[in-house]
Write a protein that binds this ligand. Structure first.
Ligand code: EAX
Length: 350
């Protein structure tokens, strides 16, 4: 009897606490609502299951986009395509998920483009420092001819690339001290994505970079294997990096897109009309996800500051020092990437 009461009391308190946490969580992450699904039901033969895996966690903008994707696809296929979401690299890190697509054991994933540069060298465009001055320029490039061509080029090696979304502008965090100039980076161990340009950027700035998968990053920060990392505010918050990183600098050094990929083995089994449905859903997901990410960016920066992170905003002069210090990276990469592509992006920025 006593135990029962105790259990009930505990579970009541637990429930109240849970309720509070849920309330705080929802206050902290109030995202633009998931839009209604528009468009007719698509009729085609067969029933299909999509496992969709991502590296970022359930509280990020990317997952929210996936929820919209799921809603569109399930509704417009009248339940004949079921989508199951796996956030937080549960089914493997970004590169593992891509190879699972190639072998046909996973249907969809949406990694940052950066770890894929060894497969698709042109993606390196998105790793060049300070190339995209505004998100709108990124949209014009991704949603225009260049982005379309890249989706086609990436539709090979067992993959079909069907859309873009955004991870966003990357910011530096670390556990040691405030960073407002490249000198402050001297000797800092910074985790980078598995990408040669990112390594080059941080080496050129004077840090000591180490490439590592995103899935390993929290533990590496927590255990002090690395001192810092860089990711957009929303990814910093949704991965709780602020719990193990006291300092951040708003560097906006790279704009990272997410690319929506489907397993070619799965794709070939889909009727044309369902392929088209997936393309439309990927486009709508991408537009909505970018909207969520951009609406939340400043709010999340503020929340990170409120949570105790010391955030350094650079003055225009300090920013210029970073840009000038990192400029040699272009000398090394311009020809490898194709200078023309860089010039086209610059032309869009004018
Ligand atoms: O899915 O590895 C990273 O830091 C990226 O931001 C990651 O791809 C997010």
């Amino acid at each position: 009897m006593k135990t029962t009461t105790m259990t009930r009391v505990t579970s009541l308190i637990g429930g109240a606490l849970l309720g509070l946490t849920a309330l705080q969580a929802s206050a902290a992450t109030e995202m633009p609502p998931i839009p209604d699904v528009k468009g007719d039901v698509v009729k085609a033969d067969g029933d299909f299951k999509i496992k969709f895996s991502i590296g970022t966690t359930q509280s990020g903008a990317q997952y929210r986009g996936l929820e919209y994707f799921e809603k569109i696809v399930e509704k417009r296929s009248d339940g004949h395509i079921q989508v199951e979401l796996f956030p937080g690299a549960q089914l493997g890190d970004d590169l593992q998920a891509v190879s699972a697509l190639q072998s046909g054991t996973l249907e969809m994933t949406a990694p940052s483009t950066s770890p894929l540069v060894s497969m698709f060298p042109k993606f390196a465009l998105f790793d060049l420092p300070f190339l995209f001055p505004t998100p709108e320029v990124a949209d014009e490039v991704l949603d225009g001819e260049i982005g379309q061509q890249m989706l086609e080029d990436a539709s090979t090696n067992g993959l079909v690339a069907i859309g873009w979304a955004e991870n966003g502008y990357r910011q530096l965090t670390n556990s040691q001290h405030p960073v407002s100039s490249p000198e402050d980076l001297d000797g800092l161990k910074i985790r980078t994505m598995q990408n040669p340009i990112h390594l080059d950027i941080w080496r050129t700035l004077g840090a000591n970079p180490t490439p590592m998968s995103f899935a390993e990053l929290f533990t590496a920060l927590e255990q002090g294997v690395v001192d810092g990392q860089e990711n957009p505010w929303i990814t910093i918050q949704s991965s709780k990096f602020n719990e193990v990183q006291d300092y951040a600098t708003e560097t906006n050094h790279v704009y990272t897109p997410f690319i929506t990929l489907v397993s070619e083995r799965f794709w070939k089994r889909l009727p044309d009309d369902y392929q088209q449905l997936l393309r439309e859903a990927a486009k709508q997901m991408g537009d909505y996800e970018r909207h969520v990410s951009r609406t939340m960016n400043d709010q999340i920066k503020q929340e990170l500051a409120d949570s105790g992170m010391q955030i350094t905003e650079l003055t225009p002069e300090q920013m210029k020092t970073f840009q000038e210090t990192v400029a040699p990276v272009y000398d090394d990469w311009r020809d490898k990437i194709g200078g023309e592509l860089i010039d086209k992006v610059r032309a869009v920025s004018q």
